[in-house]
Design a protein around this ligand. Structure first.
Ligand code: SF4
Length: 388
């Protein structure tokens, strides 16, 4: 457990802020990312140009807090290149702090032996995560019931092609990324299938293929599988037997009415009792910290979010903090840019991780949108600041 790591602090318009304050604001509002920044960092950073719609860019705040770089020309935040080659984060034109980037990589130029670009299958996140973001399509694209916050399913519904890679292709991407990009953790996500228990069978087969082709032992950190909760909770046991370190069943919101509104298909097919039964089965059968559940933080009132996070944490299930990155049309109704909301949520997550002895997935300088591991690393400082 990390002890006593101190959060860096910066001045932003007269207010003292930390990287944990900034990350939700930056993910929620996006950042102005001029071509001059791309040019200034060329050859020194893993960055795609601002006009690449498939880019999964990030920058790192001091303290190794990775932040997804979603270009938005109307954001109050901007990246600006200095004459000495440094890149600064600014708010309404005033410098907040210098930022850094992951090392440059040829990942974006790679293709599998079947010709699929690596970037169409998985992305590098921060300094060490390889995330397969949509291994197979979601049934709710067909029924027009996709989740309001799901960028992948919405892109598929809009006609963007998403390749469904074979197990061999997944193994190829992992092998290359271990050898050339220094990844330490693998996260895998697929859409919801019409029989959610089939997701368990697919993950078990995929893990066996990865083990045969690459060796799961070659992955220094964790392998996390995001999947829909099956009706029979024991259906996830073979996924652990095949080598998963954690399984994530996303609750998305604790408030059932809001879940029905934002996730019409998923809430209809995978009901809340099924989700909780599956999560509690994992905690009982495989131990604490093996089951996780993501809340999309910013979708619901704070009290309801924190009630759900506490329910899980007290049962050895890790509540995960995925910052809402609002698609167009959703932004103004929600809480993505409310600093007080995120400060209270961050403090309560830190308290739950500490008191319930939970270790969230991720690593330093890792996930672009999730903040659970960032909170975990700085939890002592967060708790001390919250008690002042
Ligand atoms: S069920 Fe999962 S994959 Fe399907 S739309 Fe919702 S979040 Fe996206």
């Amino acid at each position: 457990m990390p002890e006593g790591l101190a959060l860096p602090r910066f001045d932003m318009a007269g207010e003292t802020v930390t990287p944990l304050d900034l990350k939700p604001l930056l993910v929620g509002s996006g950042v102005r990312y001029p071509a001059a920044v791309y040019e200034a960092a060329a050859g020194r950073a893993r960055l795609e140009p601002p006009d690449n719609p498939y880019a999964a860019n990030c920058f790192l705040l001091p303290g190794e807090v990775a932040v997804h770089l979603a270009p938005n020309d109307r954001s109050p935040f901007s990246l600006e290149a200095g004459g000495d080659g440094s890149i600064a984060l600014c708010c309404v034109g005033s410098r907040v702090t210098e930022v850094s980037f992951p090392a440059p990589s040829d990942y974006g130029a790679q293709r599998t032996s079947s010709g699929t670009p690596f970037g169409g299958i998985a992305v590098l996140e921060g300094r060490g995560i390889l995330a397969f973001f949509y291994l197979w399509g979601c049934q709710f694209v067909r029924t027009r019931e996709v989740c309001a916050f799901c960028h992948q399913a919405q892109a598929e519904a809009a006609g963007l092609p998403f390749p469904s890679p074979t197990g061999d292709e997944v193994a190829e991407v992992i092998r290359w990324s271990l050898d050339h990009a220094g990844i330490r953790e693998v996260q895998m996500t697929g859409g919801t299938l019409s029989a959610p228990s089939e997701e368990c069978a697919r993950y078990a087969r995929l893990l066996r293929t990865i083990d045969q082709r690459v060796g799961l032992d070659a992955i220094p950190g964790e392998v996390c599988c995001y999947m829909s909760a099956p009706k029979d909770p024991a259906a996830t046991d073979p996924v652990f037997e095949a080598g998963a370190d954690r399984i994530v069943h996303d609750l998305q919101t604790w408030d059932a009415g809001l879940r029905a509104r934002f996730s019409p298909g998923h809430s209809r097919v995978v009901d809340r009792p099924t989700q909780l039964r599956a999560l509690e089965h994992i905690a009982a059968r495989h131990g604490p910290n093996r089951a996780c559940s993501t809340f999309v933080v910013g979708l619901e009132p704070l009290d309801s979010l924190l009630e759900g996070a506490a329910y899980l944490a007290e049962r050895g299930i890790v509540p995960s903090y995925s910052i809402l990155m609002p698609p167009a049309g959703l932004a103004s109704q929600l809480h993505p840019n409310d600093l007080a909301y995120h400060r209270r949520a961050t403090a309560e997550y830190a308290r739950l991780y500490k008191t319930c002895d939970l270790t969230p997935p991720g690593l330093a300088g890792g996930a672009h949108v999730c903040m659970c591991h960032d909170i975990y690393r700085f939890m002592d400082d967060v708790l001390e600041s919250a008690s002042c």
